[in-house]
Write a protein that binds this ligand. Structure first.
Ligand SMILES: Cc1cc2nc3c(=O)[nH]c(=O)nc-3n(C[C@H](O)[C@H](O)[C@H](O)COP(=O)(O)OP(=O)(O)OC[C@H]3O[C@@H](n4cnc5c(N)ncnc54)[C@H](O)[C@@H]3O)c2cc1C
Length: 484
């Protein structure tokens, strides 16, 4: 007897929505559970923030340029898509990053980017911190863990454990740079839960790091890993989107680009079985038994508001920061050897417009021909968004002035590209996890209605993939209960 397939609609075809669709079709096939999956996106192309293009022989990323290899979910997806041979490491020779402090660049010691302050010598040599500051950092092993179970800001945590200077000059620019956020407002537990766990389990971050290192050595996993901390795909992250979308289509998924969801309503609800309508701006409507919203939280809020004003209100409380990336290409001979390492980050306390700069052609040397140097600068972020009101020319001028002042780069780029990211970086502010739990509870009374995406349980590509995969499993479990 043939069984009628259960239908699922996924709204949003960024990496979160695509990962949900891929995992759903894969898991349904394994479980012999017939499912149809339609995925729609307002944009004409797939991938959301992931946007790769070429300028001459150069691979350019307008959005993300790499992902963390230590979080396994993106690596695992690449393996399942047969793309492992396209993964590439960062340049092994040039791997240092710097911090701008007191108008000078200070090289960050290796290991610091992952924040493992178990060797203090390299910290001192960087010139960023005095012996007094280092002694204060070492106090981490003596300071008892915080007793309160209330959430704490990232800045408060690092100041408490390592002192003000280490927080301002090292941790804040590194951590806040990832989120384009303000460390004073960011939730420790929602953004870097590992630090909270280390403090709770070992009484000290440094002691916890050392215990983890000893455990790795005992397990014999202390050798050099095959991949650097950040990896990317040879021809850009856009390939991940293309291959993923291809697999979804091959598995029977229906991809509808250029279709914007305008409203969601419950068509029917009987005996634990739900049916949803998604009304699109082109006047069409789609119906399905399960619905996953993989759109930014502020978009999902508008879609669910008629169903659950409470859930919508909680989604409204997730702020998003806007940023701009400015990519510049120079003739290599005009740049000379001014650019060392991978680039630098700028602490908020320096009061500059620039958040960070990456020497992209040094970080990923195979992506640029030897006669060209590519640089990417970041502007905006929480509390620094006013500059984004300027036009593209002014933004380009601003970063060129910054590069001239900081690294003496006066050359004229022969190509400049400004990419604006309006409300693109979700901010997990203090109390985020508590509000998320309330949001999940508010939506749990709607069978088969799920949310995924960078706004909730992790902003990086690996976390989005993990969350989409879990959302697929949850959706399938629900559908199986209705298959009987
Ligand atoms: C400049 C920048 C640099 C970054 N760098 C990195 C990095 O190096 N490494 C890393 O791991 N992460 C990085 N990130 C973060 C990461 O790229 C994102 O968090 C992630 O790609 C978000 O994926 P998503 O699918 O959740 O959301 P999105 O990519 O935003 O996808 C949401 C999709 O929903 C669609 N949509 C919106 N409204 C509707 C509607 N009404 N109907 C239908 N569709 C709709 C949109 O068109 C979009 O395609 C960066 C982000 C930015 C902005």
């Amino acid at each position: 007897m043939t069984r009628t397939p259960k239908s699922v609609i996924i709204v949003g075809g960024g990496i979160s929505g695509l990962s949900t669709a891929f995992a759903l079709l894969e898991q349904a096939a394994k479980a012999d559970a017939p499912v149809t999956c339609t995925i729609l996106d307002a944009a004409p192309t797939w991938g959301g923030k992931i946007l790769t293009h070429r300028v001459g022989q150069l691979v350019m990323e307008a959005g993300p340029d790499s992902f963390l290899s230590q979080k396994p979910w993106a690596m695992d997806l690449c393996r399942r898509l047969g793309m492992t041979d396209q993964l590439i490491n960062t340049n092994p020779i040039e791997k240092k990053a710097s911090v701008l402090w007191g108008s000078q660049l200070h090289e960050l010691p290796e290991g610091l980017v992952t924040f493992t302050p178990t060797q203090l010598g390299p910290f001192f040599r960087s010139g960023l911190l005095s012996w007094m500051d280092l002694a204060r950092m070492g106090c981490d092993v003596l300071i008892p863990p915080r007793r309160s179970t209330d959430d704490e800001s990232l800045a408060a945590f690092f100041r408490r454990r390592f002192g003000r200077h280490a927080c301002e000059r090292v941790m804040e620019p590194l951590m806040a740079g990832i989120y384009a956020g303000d460390a004073e407002q960011m939730s420790l537990r929602a953004t870097f839960p590992r630090f909270y766990e280390l403090e709770q389990a070992h009484g000290s971050v440094i002691r916890g790091m050392m215990a983890a290192r000893r455990a790795r050595a005992r397990q014999g996993s202390g050798g050099r890993p095959a991949h650097t901390m950040f990896v990317t795909l040879r021809n850009g992250l856009g390939d991940l989107v293309t291959v993923l979308a291809g697999h979804i289509q091959k598995a029977g998924g229906i991809l509808k680009a250029g279709v914007q969801a305008e409203a969601v309503r419950v068509r029917s609800h009987q005996a634990g079985r739900w049916m949803y309508d998604v009304i699109c701006t082109d006047g069409t409507a789609l119906s399905a038994e399960a619905l996953v919203l993989a759109t930014p939280a502020y978009v999902s809020a508008e879609l669910v508001r008629p169903l659950s004003p409470l859930a919508a209100g909680l989604m409204d409380m997730i702020p998003y920061a806007s940023t701009a990336t400015i990519s510049l290409i120079y003739p290599a001979d005009a740049v000379g050897n001014r650019l060392q390492g991978f680039g630098f980050v700028v602490p908020r306390i320096e009061g500059r417009d620039l958040i960070a700069a990456t020497w992209t052609s040094r970080k990923w040397p195979h992506r640029a021909p030897p006669q060209e140097v590519s640089v990417r600068c970041y502007l905006g972020g929480v509390g620094r968004e006013a500059i984004l009101q300027c036009d593209d020319e002014a933004l380009a001028h601003c970063v060129r002035e910054e590069l001239a002042a900081i690294v003496g780069l006066q050359a004229t780029p022969h190509y400049v590209e400004v990419n604006r990211w309006h409300r693109a970086m979700p901010q997990y502010t203090i109390g985020h996890l508590g509000r998320l739990a309330q949001l999940e509870a508010a939506l749990s009374r709607f069978g088969g209605l799920g949310i995924t995406g960078a706004g909730y349980r992790g902003v990086g590509i690996p976390d989005c993939i993990r969350d989409g995969t879990e959302m697929a499993a949850q959706t399938l479990r629900y559908l199986q209960t209705t298959m009987a």
